[in-house]
Design a protein around this ligand. Sequence first.
Ligand code: DGY
Length: 326
Amino acid sequence: MRPALLVTRRIYPEAVEYLRRHAEVDYAGTDDVLSPEQLLERARGKQAIVCQLTDKFPAEVIERLEGVRVLANVAVGYDNIDLAAATRKGILVTNTPEVLTETTADFAFALLLAAARRVVEGHLFVHSGQWRRWAIDLLVGQDVHHRTLGIFGMGRIGQAVARRARGFSMRVLYHDVHRAPAPLEAELELEFCTKERLLEESDFISLHVPLTESTRRLIGAAELRRMKRTAVLVNTSRGPVVDEAALAEALARGVIAAAGLDVFEREPEVHPRLLELPNVVLAPHIASASVETRRKMSLMAAENAITALEGRRPPNLVNVELWTGG
Ligand code: DGY
């Protein structure tokens, strides 16, 4: 009998075709976000779920999943899933690393440049017909080249951002729970430092940490006060890594100069004060959103799900401790 699988929300059609070749697929093909009850209802009788970061799987939902063997998340981050609860229940969790690394790093740099050089303010200025003449200090921003970039989290995406920074002749500081291997530090000319030093010395700070209990509110009022008044903060990781209210306050009061944000604490809600500030560039969680990458993420999640259903180790298994197969 073919296995049954749920795809919670719309993904690229190639991935749906692939899944349909291997399983009975429950696919509504909408962008609707399922409530926990709807999720449980649709998951009934399924052995796999291809899910997205908008699908929340806390312990109380996971405990009520019956017969589900794999949760294949279409994202590199999996903070929407209680991993410990899934592991306890023997449910494999997979993600989509690597395919989105360069795309996400491009976007982090796009936000950094846009915030530093006031690209959105310039666009709105021209668009609203306010541009009358060239002026010596019209929308002057900050140089990016030869400045200091501080990176929190030197994983794949952090490294890809550091590589881009070299093209701008930037000095790169980083902080992480694990120090990068010496050859990598040498290749990317990275300087490992404390969180405090990174906050104090960086002109630009880019966040590339996963959301865990230890990174939640990594950047709050105290950290913002430690930064330079000219600092620009970029967040393409997860919203709750930053205390959004504290950031809005800091941007409004000139504690730091600007920010570029792709992720928010309660997406799709954005702190109302942020919406009123000119010195923040806001994007709707699209750092990995290139056509190629989103297609690859869809296919990768589909392959993870099918591989698990076939009893083989899925290529991007997160809770590897569950794997006892060949
Ligand atoms: C992820 O993959 O975790 C991103 O946030 C969405 O691409």
